[in-house]
Ligand binder design. Sequence first.
Ligand SMILES: Nc1ncnc2c1ncn2[C@@H]1O[C@H](COP(=O)(O)OP(=O)(O)OP(=O)(O)O)[C@@H](O)[C@H]1O
Ligand SMILES: [Mg+2]
Length: 440
Amino acid sequence: MNILETDYPVNPYALSCLESSLVSGYIPHEPFDLQTKILLLDVEDMLIGGAAGGSKSESALMLGLQYVNEPNYHGLIIRRTYRDLKGANSLLDRCEHWLSRHIKDGVVHYDRIDKRFTFPSGSTLDFGYLSNDSDLMNYQGSEYQTIIIDEASQLPEKHIRYMHSRLRKTTENDVPLRFILASNPGAVSNDYLKDTYVEGPKAFIPMTYRDNPYINNDEYEKQLEYLPEVTRRQLMNGEWNVYDGSWLLVTHEEYENCLQPLPDDKLLFSVVGVDSASTGQDKFACTLISLYQTGLMWLSDMVATRKMNQEEILFTFLEQHQDKNIKLIAFEREPGSDSTFAKKYWQGLLPEYNVVDFSPQGSKFVRARPVGKSIREKRLFINKDIKESLINELRNQFGYIHPLKEKMKEYPSPDLLDSTDYAHMGVMKILENKTRVTIL
Ligand SMILES: Nc1ncnc2c1ncn2[C@@H]1O[C@H](COP(=O)(O)OP(=O)(O)OP(=O)(O)O)[C@@H](O)[C@H]1O
Ligand SMILES: [Mg+2]
């Protein structure tokens, strides 16, 4: 909910504390209009951000330093990794720079090891990172009145939620509790932030470089124009709903364009890629890719099923495509010692075919990239006459395949895409002459 479109509450105590930090010089920059609104807002839980350059990080620092003249104040600023926290012009760097004179004069104490700034009032501002579950231990037992997470969408929802438990104060403490997330759209927690803050019940304050008088808008826009469409829309307009597309290997438009009827050209050979189903949830999937004399490939047919009789499904599929000169059947190599057995088993069942097992390299996203590239470069087409539900399922899998493992857990295994990857890999290997088969 955009809180600025409501009669948002303002905290008078926040104003006196802000003035005090400005007078002490702990906040050396005069906040501009939107920053002042954020600093005075009487809201416990909020998200600021959206587009790039709105001054999320600068505002985060101001928010962190706003109450440092109050003796009972303890603030914490978090980034996902240690590197994010320590890099050049990072928040920690900026904070040290802002307070350099006070540190030099011995007014503010900076503990580099603990990454803690201690002020004459006894208040503190800590900096930390939260990359994985074990980092949560660093915060166990601590108590903060302000917790700020910069680039919050990079942290998984469970870590963001956990940090709420560190926000508390004793009854006699007047300092307000504030949980502030600053973020651009995208990354793992895009949907959580969107559903909870941007479109949800909690406070959202949209910010863009257009609000920031310190950024040359025209110049910055020119730079943003270089970005690919989805990232550009996220960073320029702060759009939270283009997220899934940000990981698309092929855009919806590219996918629609690659749906073409099988050509009349001479077919050279075909490869069947197989994704075995390891659990009851997964589907057994086969994809047939054929190479034509024109040098173009066609995904001619696919099958995906939860039925148990995998052998029978594959036999039927092969029988249906006897005329396609199938040179190779490519499986994913099973992990561990099962691999030799699995390969022998399939080769035994399919003596008239060449069976290979490719060991999976990298994440599913990484493995799917060559297929995406072939589609984008118009070298691989998809037979538009395949069952519509399969075409839709593959489109869907192209849509949710994601480089982050964490994100993939929320979706079913992309079995059709996997079997397509192996078929495509098989064609490539034959072309590179890495697999001993003779092309007729
Ligand atoms: N009140 C201010 N006074 C002076 N400079 C400011 C002020 N607020 C922001 N800036 C400057 O504007 C620039 C952008 O601010 P900032 O880095 O905080 O934006 P951001 O939203 O975090 O950007 P990104 O999306 O890249 O993370 C910085 O150079 C910052 O120092
Ligand atoms: Mg920033």
